[in-house]
Design a protein around this ligand. Sequence first.
Ligand SMILES: O=C(O)/C=C/C=C(\O)C(=O)O
Length: 71
Amino acid sequence: MPIVRIDLAEGRDPDTLRACLHAVHAAIRDSLGVRDEQIRVLLNEIPPRLWSSGGQTLAERATHTEREQER
Ligand SMILES: O=C(O)/C=C/C=C(\O)C(=O)O
């Protein structure tokens, strides 16, 4: 049973997330040749304040980017 887990930053709209689930499902089905009911795709949304990248949270990065754009 293929299980795909995807961590992504929280904040995308439900339609976008659903499109991602369907696209990943189809890619697994078509590439591995397994039946639909065997496939699991899990999206795990991480709050930007809990995701550190390069020593800075995504929330901090967004704040800094906004400040840069205001200058
Ligand atoms: O780790 C990073 O630098 C950024 C990650 C961003 C995502 O995963 C996202 O847009 O969901």
